[in-house]
Design a binder for this molecule. Structure first.
Ligand code: ADP
Ligand SMILES: O=C(O)[C@@H](O)C(=O)COP(=O)(O)O
Length: 427
């Protein structure tokens, strides 16, 4: 293993796996803290998917350290701590505390914080995070159900979570190339800075950053930070990127879409799917709380839905409705109830023979995949930037597309299936 990674949610982990495999690394995704005896043979990169983005910081630190220790013991030469390209976190953590703990574990004197993912419209300029043309704080992420992002200045945001000084490396230095960037890292270190937010506007910047991070034991960021890292290992190894047109074999069985993301992108994708005639049913959280709607009702509806189109069950709500629900039921309590219900639905569908799932939302995907008992994923073809098909190779045999709430084109729920090739029953 050359690169080991710890990701704070599962859609983030598949996003990172996709990036590493596009650069030619044989990459596998492991769900949850791996056991000491886990075998990674044949993998150039291993990404551990945690569900640690919104849990208490001390628990996130413990899980991340335990995962990192296994990866390092298995030979990982470089560690990535992967978090969201929109820096989803609270003032209490968990990005800062986990980054500092991993820095100590790996003995990395100075590391970077690089959430940028230009292909998905996330860029950083003068330390400020942009989502498309808007500052983070003016983007739909300001209304995220669990981690509303209201401050676009990442140095300020990260400093609130860190015990050590946070610095900034600006775009003009990056454009001067890897050597100038390395010199900037050293200068910032000399002034006491220990974790450096790096501006990034383009993929070319990411490749420069990747070169400058050769030999840096720990790097932190979004999936973009991994774009330029495999190149540093090419002297030791040849990597062959997969063909872009490849389709993925999927086990036989029915397909369903489960959406627990409340992002603007996911809500738009639901609208398009409904307009295209997909059977659609809304999870009504108040009815669930009062027992008027159950996971069994939702699953039965999907099982009995007519036609060839995959049924879509969603809980997604807009910011005003969400605020009302959260004021009555609590932010985390309502989120957890939706996650539990969708996980229960998924389990019932799997037991009824569904084998292909498209799931929208990071926390949602984490809850569902855990309930399904999925342990290891192989990465398949890219549907849209940051979202590949995956196939479970340990636990139940399933095809899974785990979509970050914010990712994907408007017709994502319609077109994703075209990249699957269904195996026959006796295959
Ligand atoms: N109607 C709803 N009321 C309250 N919480 C909800 C509702 N729908 C979804 N949620 C919660 O919102 C959170 C969305 O987070 P996540 O699944 O990570 O999506 P994203 O990828 O957009 O961040 C989940 O915890 C989910 O259970
Ligand atoms: O970096 C990203 O934006 C994604 O990889 C990611 O972390 C997804 O998180 P969710 O939006 O919570 O799915």
């Amino acid at each position: 293993m050359l690169i080991g990674a710890v990701a704070d949610d599962i859609t983030g982990a598949t996003d990172l796996c996709l990036m590493l495999s596009r650069e030619g690394m044989r990459t596998i995704q492991v769900i949850g803290v791996p056991g000491d005896d886990m075998e990674f043979s044949g993998a150039d990169a291993v990404v551990v998917a945690l569900k640690s983005r919104t849990i208490p910081a001390s628990e996130a630190v413990d899980m991340s350290l335990a995962s990192a220790r296994v990866l390092l013991a298995a030979g990982a030469e470089q560690l990535i701590f992967k978090y969201c390209s929109t820096f989803d976190s609270t003032d209490a953590g968990n990005i800062g505390p986990v980054a500092e703990a991993l820095q100590d574990l790996t003995g990395t004197p100075v590391t970077i914080a690089c959430p940028s993912f230009p292909a998905a419209g996330r860029t950083v300029y003068k330390g400020h995070l942009f989502v498309g043309d808007r500052l983070l704080s003016e983007s739909p992420l300001k209304d995220h159900p669990l981690t509303p992002m209201r401050d676009p200045d990442l140095v300020r945001v990260l400093q609130r979570q860190c015990s050590r000084p946070v610095g900034l490396v600006q775009a003009d230095i990056i454009s001067r190339g890897p050597e100038a960037l390395k010199a900037a890292f050293a200068e910032q270190y000399a002034t006491g800075k220990r974790i450096l937010v790096v501006d990034t506007l383009t993929d070319a910047d990411l490749r420069i950053i990747g070169k400058a991070c050769a030999g840096m034991k720990l790097v932190t960021g979004g999936s973009g930070v991994a774009m330029g890292l495999p190149e540093n290992f090419r002297q030791t190894k040849e990597f062959t990127p997969p063909a872009k047109t490849a389709r993925m074999a999927s086990p036989p069985g029915r397909a369903a879409i489960l959406a627990g993301s409340c992002s603007a992108a996911t809500r738009g994708q639901i609208e398009v799917a409904e307009a295209a005639g997909l059977p659609v049913l809304r999870l009504d959280i108040a009815a669930i709380a009062q027992g008027r709607q159950t996971a069994a009702d939702l699953a039965d509806w999907a099982i009995h839905s007519a036609g060839d189109q995959p049924p879509l069950i969603y809980s997604s709500a807009g910011p005003d409705e969400l605020a009302k629900i959260q004021s009555v039921m609590g932010r985390h309590e309502s989120g957890a109830l939706v996650e539990r219900t969708l996980a229960d639905v998924a389990l019932r569908l799997k037991d009824a023979g569904f084998s292909r799932f498209l799931i929208a939302g990071g926390e949602t995907s984490g809850a569902i995949v855990e309930a399904l008992g999925v342990k290891v994923l192989l990465i398949g073809p890219e549907i849209d930037p940051g979202v590949p098909w995956t196939r479970s190779i340990s636990g139940p045999d399933l095809a899974l597309a785990l979509k970050s709430g914010n990712f994907g084109a408007k017709d994502f729920f319609l077109k994703a299936w075209d990249l699957l090739e269904m195996e026959t029953e006796d295959a």
